[in-house]
Design a protein around this ligand. Sequence first.
Ligand SMILES: [Zn+2]
Length: 85
Amino acid sequence: MRNILLFVLFLLAVFYVRRALRGGPRREEGGDSAPEQPASQAPVGEIEQMVACAHCGVHVPESEGVTSGGRFFCSEEHRRLGARP
Ligand SMILES: [Zn+2]
């Protein structure tokens, strides 16, 4: 019984240490999350280019659309349907 208690305490200790190790850097990132987040995604202030869909003509942010054969489409379905004059 004592061994089980020690084992549980050990697991709790491991859990807290792991959480502390993971929480530490996360808290540091949280302080300057504003410059950190856009670096991995889109830079702040840089307006994403809007591209017209070759099928329906709707302007969609470049990252949200699909490019195929040098043409840009707003969705996977319109890419499948192909370009329309
Ligand atoms: Zn479209």
